[in-house]
Design a binder for this molecule. Sequence first.
Ligand code: 56B
Length: 341
Amino acid sequence: MDGPLPPRESAKFIAENSRDVSIDGGGVQRVAELLLAKAAGPELRLGGWKALHELNPKAADEAAVNWVFVADTLNFSFWSEHEEHKCLVGYRGRTYSGYWSLCAAINRALDEGIPITSASYYATVSLDQVRHILRSDTDVPMPLIEERHRILNETGKILLEKFEGSFLNCVRKSEKSAQKLMHLVVENFPSYRDVTEFEGKRISFYKRAQILVADTWSVLEGEGDGCFKDISSITMFADYRLPQVLVHLGALKYSEGLLEKLLKGEMLSYGSRQEVEIRGCSLWCVELIRDCLLELIEKKGEKTSEEINSILLDYYLWDYARDHRDDMKGIPFHRTRCIYY
Ligand SMILES: Nc1nc2c(c(CN[C@H]3C=C[C@H](O)[C@@H]3O)cn2[C@@H]2O[C@H](COP(=O)(O)O)[C@@H](O)[C@H]2O)c(=O)[nH]1
């Protein structure tokens, strides 16, 4: 049986057939202009991954690659029922929420001598140990703890069996192809198979597989094993924050009915029509923003420190969403509880 449509083609197909979500051309242009002002800055460059995020590894060695692998294996579903009542992790004097609470918990475990980034450890780690490692400073635990435990055991066992316990061996098998690495990951690790159906077609987003490739590229600083010749073929990562920020910036629009549903906090199930339209239109929207930005850079002869791709746009927009949480209060994010994003 043929595989699903790749993410970029899936997104184009969804955007062309979407009913409740649409892309606003004027908004796309405005976001591209916002990004143009940053094109030569520190955010829209590969080095930002380390320079702007204190919890990310500073090294570019095997241990750092295995840190990225365990972080992206668990990189899903941090949103809480009530925004003011959520999982928080204190680490080295700062308090972290959401995705960063996961990174803080990983670094806290390593400081405590728990080898959470070693496959030989997490292949057989117990549920109680995972509860301890991911413990929250509030009475709200990190969501889906049981699924995180199951996925750690499953993923650790596969990494030991097929890649001698190190994700760097999987990276090396990709022969510096981002696409090959993405497919190696989804073929070998079931929890990364972010695939569903839309209008009778099998489509894929591969959100965690794509961000894993991107973070591997970033932690290896785009050099050596991380010098992927086709890194610009990786698209933005279809999570629940990017749609929210794209609506906030006016590049994406929801129908009245869908907006009302999201404002009420109703959940959308993984693979439902509206959930797929939100993810697909967001992905396609970022592709259009990238095309528009590259045109503007060309026209203005703007100098950029390196090639701008969808990964760097995604990272920037995700950080932007983090830094503008209050401005975005009125814009709901869609609530889907799943292990894929
Ligand atoms: N599109 C996209 N989605 C991303 C990331 C990240 C973090 N990665 C980079 C960030 C800094 C470093 O550079 C990392 O490389 C997490 N997420 C998703 O967001 C959600 C969590 O959100 P909140 O509840 O607010 O923490 C959840 O679905 C999570 O999977 C990204 O970069 N892009």
